[in-house]
Design a binder for this molecule. Structure first.
Ligand code: GDP
Length: 436
């Protein structure tokens, strides 16, 4: 429970073994006792006390640790409600932490990322944002703008001082510097998106090449953390696999496998479609057989795409080798594997991680934008930098320039939550689960 009166509610339902005035109990204290409904004991519990402002929400807070289980938890919750508490809305605790100014919106959003993280990398970027790495960067950029704005305001207030030229130059220098920083952040979203959504990976190949076997081999890895996703298209299932921190969203073409029509099943057109939308294509060939027309069609599809070619079934007698494939001018990324015994999988993961330069991101220091809302606002800020620059170059009056510069500040303020509207705040917190 959180809020000024939470101890009032608590007092009605909690009988500590050693009774004590609430004002004497220090924050960060745990007390042992019983939750009671009138005089009947409901459970033996531990209660943690947090005193404002030193709590998650900055309000008075208490947490009841029960033995768990559905009935006890429900019963205690009902007791709290009956005695004056209101049920929290999704994300309400974090929302209060934000509204009370303990964290900014960026940090609040990262709480969701941390909770929902599907891979080590996503978790780590979430934690870094929760620590405020991105907030700090935003503050830095904003300060740079504000420093120049002070002079702009002087020019507006005292037009008799002819400081325009100096100020215009300062503004241009500031805009360049701000733009470089924003561009870097915007660019980081290429990787940020992959970290958050996974590298969208399509496995294609003719029937019996070993697609399902490869998929199974990947999913069966002890190290794989698998989350099922509904595919973006009707007949695919997407599975999120994190292998040693490398996030892969495998597009399982199960729908294609299940299709009744044999032509549809092979579906070169379908493969083309899937290849079109993937970040990475894994094209798999049966190395124990000569290339067929279907294989050649697949080689055509993948020609200009980010692809890894797998020569599968190397445990059998190979009749295909790299050179039989290379003549098609396709990717250099060709690996020999056996989906059956797992040989070559390790090399596959290393190659994927390298291809997407995920290994090069220093998760401790590099700032990576993973949230589309942030990315869009950064893009908008960059547009406003351009506009501001044009007004300076066009020798517009300083107060007009100031308007555009203030727009940049507003975009950045929208990211951290200073200027953000209630609608957006509500939309963001609606994504939380209850009780967070
Ligand atoms: P798909 O139609 O492309 O999904 O191919 P499957 O994964 O169903 O594999 C077709 C057949 O090839 C199955 O009998 C597999 O057991 C077999 N197979 C797949 N990978 C290998 C491999 O690496 N070595 C051997 N020897 N057989 C394999």
């Amino acid at each position: 429970m959180s809020g000024e009166d939470c101890f009032v509610v608590l007092n009605k339902i909690f009988k500590p073994k050693k009774e004590e005035e609430i004002s004497n109990i220090k924050g960060y204290t745990i007390k042992y006792g019983f939750i009671v409904d009138n005089d009947e004991i409901v459970d033996e519990v531990l209660v943690s006390y947090f005193k404002a402002p030193k709590s998650y929400t900055t309000e008075n807070m208490c947490e009841i640790n029960t033995h768990g289980g559905n009935i006890i938890v429900r019963k205690i919750l009902e007791l709290c409600l009956k005695n004056g508490a209101n049920l929290a809305e999704p994300g309400e605790f974090t929302k209060r932490a934000f509204l009370n100014g303990r964290i900014d919106l960026l940090q609040a959003e990262s709480v969701i990322d941390v909770i929902n993280a599907k891979s080590d990398r996503e978790l780590k970027t979430g934690i870094k944002q929760l620590e405020g790495i991105l907030s700090k960067k935003m503050a830095e950029i904003k300060q740079e703008i504000l420093d120049v704005m002070v002079n702009v305001d002087v020019s507006i207030d005292y037009p008799e001082y002819d400081v325009d030229d100096v100020t215009n130059n300062q503004i241009l220098v500031m805009l360049d510097s701000v733009e470089i920083k924003l561009n870097n952040l915007e660019k980081s979203f290429d990787n940020g998106r992959l970290i958050k959504d996974g590298i969208k990976t399509a496995i294609i190949g003719k029937p019996n090449a070993g697609k399902s076997s490869l998929l199974n081999a990947i999913l069966k890895e002890d190290r794989a953390i698998v989350t099922e996703y509904e595919g973006t298209t009707r007949d695919t299932i997407e599975e999120f696999v994190s292998i040693e921190g490398i996030p892969l969203k495998l597009i399982d073409t199960a729908g294609i496998r299940d299709a009744k029509d044999e032509v549809e099943r092979i579906g070169i057109a379908k493969s083309k479609d899937i290849a079109e939308n993937a970040d990475l294509i894994i094209a798999i060939f049966d190395s124990s057989k000569e290339l067929t027309q279907e294989d050649i069609d697949i080689l055509k599809i993948i020609k200009d795409k980010k692809t890894i070619i797998l020569l599968n079934k190397v445990d059998l007698n190979s009749v295909l080798n790299e050179n039989d494939i290379r003549f098609k001018n396709v990717t250099d990324h060709i690996l020999k594997i056996s989906a059956l015994n797992g040989n070559g999988l390790e090399e596959l993961y290393v190659l994927i991680s390298k291809m997407f330069s995920l290994n090069e991101i220093n998760l401790d220091n590099d700032i990576v934008i993973t949230n589309l809302r942030h990315k869009n606002l950064i893009s908008k800020a960059i547009e406003n930098v351009e506009k501001a620059r044009n007004t300076v170059k066009d020798n517009m009056p300083i107060d007009i320039i100031a308007i555009f510069v203030k727009d940049i500040l507003e975009d950045l303020g929208n990211i951290t939550g200073e200027f953000v509207t209630d609608d957006i705040i509500n939309e963001i917190f609606a994504k939380f689960c209850l009780g967070k």
